[in-house]
Design a protein around this ligand. Structure first.
Ligand SMILES: [Fe+2]
Ligand SMILES: [Fe+2]
Length: 200
């Protein structure tokens, strides 16, 4: 069992359903907790992709899309300052702030192999699928002079098949997440390229 294992699968209080913090409040938390600009960018990218997926693929209303966005924006908020308690610290913070349990459960499901929380809802399954792949695609863009411009799905697929490229990214986890969300890898890669290229 990983030391990051949360030891529980129920988070927040159903009475808090619908309680969200604003994106501005979430950003001020990030600015305080995550001085590393590279890590902040990762969270903003995951947030943008999560929100866009909710709206375009799940036909979510604005309130629901905001939950997806918030979970993306905060999922690694405690990683920089508390790597040994990753996920636990941000979850407890959001529970104290009486935030919607869907958002907290989604954050807790972004790494099932570490946190021991199986993804349940579609937003849980998608954060798991988007998280690693988003970082991987960003790495693939950064090594090109044109960055995201002209970055093709097939070249990302080729890099995924090259174990030495971004070797820390676990391909097995990506495949597991894609299968769990019942989507195609190609579709998600194209979607991520499209929606995170403009995020700064
Ligand atoms: Fe994480
Ligand atoms: Fe992440």
């Amino acid at each position: 069992m990983s030391t990051l294992n949360l030891g529980r699968t129920v988070f927040g209080n159903p009475a808090n359903t619908g309680n969200l913090i604003t994106i501005e409040e979430a950003m001020s938390l990030l600015n305080e907790w995550v001085p590393n600009a590279r890590l902040q960018l990762h969270m903003k990218q995951v947030a943008a992709v999560m929100k866009a997926w909710a709206i375009e693929k799940e036909m979510a209303d604005i309130a629901t899309a905001s939950k997806w966005e918030l979970a993306g924006l905060l999922h690694d908020a405690d990683w920089e300052k508390h790597p040994d308690k990753h996920c636990r610290v941000i979850i407890e913070e959001l529970e104290q702030r009486n935030i919607d349990p869907d958002v907290i459960h989604c954050i807790a499901s972004h790494g099932p192999r570490y946190f021991g929380v199986p993804p349940v809802k579609k937003m849980d399954k998608m954060i798991y699928a988007i998280d690693e792949l988003s970082g991987f695609i960003h790495a693939a863009a950064l090594i090109r002079p044109e960055r995201y411009n002209g970055l093709e799905v097939k070249s990302v697929l080729k890099r995924l098949r090259t174990p030495s490229f971004a070797a820390q990214v676990n391909r097995e986890e990506i495949n597991e997440a894609i299968a769990g969300a019942n989507i195609s890898l190609e579709e998600l890669i194209a979607f991520i390229i499209e929606h995170q290229k403009a995020v700064e």
